[in-house]
Write a protein that binds this ligand. Structure first.
Ligand code: HEM
Length: 330
């Protein structure tokens, strides 16, 4: 019996070790590492943190769009800062429908300006965004994680790529799984990262079909709790295109684990939230997250954020270090 226990614990230890090693090997192969700027710009992370803390002292609601901005950057051409670019013809990612509610670009600009003063041409905009997303979660009492850096910035931003790569709130579970899988993220990452919906807002047009006309017969979504649907109908009239809705009512400025409880009670705001209950594996991850304590979610969230931060990165000599995050260098 003792020998069996020993074998099992050795096996678990080796699995954890191999997982850690392969994660380390992967980031190394990609050219990313924690503390990439330790020698070239030792104050880089501190400077970013200061910009985030100062801005969020005035407006806590900026945290949510900043987290979402990083996700939307990574899912389109990889985490290379394309979401930050402004094109003269306005056919940039920012102007794609899923990005129209993104806010907080000026925080990235402020942090970058301070970095350019301290160590010009060293710190990429894509790394600034990765650091900002983490620091903003810390301000909202959420998780912290070690951000890998060393990304370089891309040169292209394209409105139609944003439309085709970003998941829609109307997506069903199989398209969500496929979309995340195509970015190297698995079902657990999908569930854990959806937990980001513990903060911030959605808007009425993303749910009016669930409230008024789900199958074209004037019905509501059977997967939406009826009491919740009634209270949402009071806020969102059928033609409302502007009203904001807290995704985690009452605690939308605090990063906590309540998202999983809400979804399990059929009180997730979007069809894409409710859809997590439609697949055995995602459902069981969701219920596990719900039963576990906060520290498990926080740890898992950090792991999945680091994984997401590796999508399609440009490193080494690829891309460039933009001087201004809104435009490629001349
Ligand atoms: C699984 C697929 C996902 C879909 C379909 C989705 C969709 C959406 C939509 C439609 C909104 C409302 C935006 C608005 O009206 O202002 C939203 C908000 C938000 N999403 Fe997601 N999302 C997904 C995954 C994620 C992930 C992976 C993260 C981050 C890890 C994230 C973080 C957020 C945050 C923080 C907000 C609030 C933004 C704000 O208050 O401005 N979402 N999401």
């Amino acid at each position: 019996m003792a020998a069996l226990k020993m074998t099992i614990s050795c096996f678990v230890f080796l699995q954890v070790l191999s997982c850690l090693l392969s994660s380390f090997a992967l980031s190394k192969a990609l050219g990313l590492k924690v503390g990439f700027y330790d020698m070239s710009c030792p104050k880089a992370e501190l400077i970013v943190k200061k910009s985030v803390f100062e801005a969020m002292k005035k407006d806590l609601t900026l945290g949510a769009p900043l987290l979402r901005m990083f996700f939307h950057d990574c899912f389109v051409r990889g985490c290379e800062g394309s979401v930050l670019l402004d094109l003269k013809n306005k056919k940039d990612e920012k102007n794609a429908i899923p990005n129209l509610f993104l806010r907080g670009f000026e925080i990235i600009d402020d942090a970058k300006a301070a970095l350019e003063k301290e160590c010009p041409g060293i710190v990429s905009c894509s790394d600034v965004l990765a650091l900002v997303a983490r620091d903003a979660m810390v301000v909202l009492n959420g998780p912290s994680w070690e951000v890998e850096t060393g990304r370089r910035d891309g040169l292209v931003s394209n409105i139609s790529e944003a439309l085709s790569n970003l998941p829609s709130p109307f997506n069903n579970i199989s398209s969500l799984i496929t979309q995340f899988h195509s970015k190297g993220l698995n079902k657990k990452d999908l569930v854990v990262l959806s937990g980001g919906h513990t903060i911030g807002n959605g808007h009425c047009p993303q749910i009016t079909n669930r409230l008024y006309n789900f199958t074209g017969k004037g019905d509501s979504d059977p997967n939406l709790d009826t009491g919740y649907a009634t209270s949402l109908r009071k806020i969102c009239k059928p033609t409302d295109t502007t009203t904001a809705l807290e995704m985690d009512p009452g605690s939308f400025k605090t990063f906590d684990e309540s998202y999983f409880k809400l979804v399990s009670k059929r009180r997730g705001l979007f069809q894409s939230d409710a859809a997590l209950l439609d697949n055995q594996e995602t459902k069981s991850y969701l219920l596990n997250q719900m039963k576990s304590d906060r520290s498990t979610f926080f740890k898992d969230f950090g792991v999945s954020m680091v994984k997401m931060g590796r999508i399609g990165v440009l490193t080494g000599k690829a891309g460039q270090i933009r001087k201004n995050c809104r435009m490629v260098n001349k």
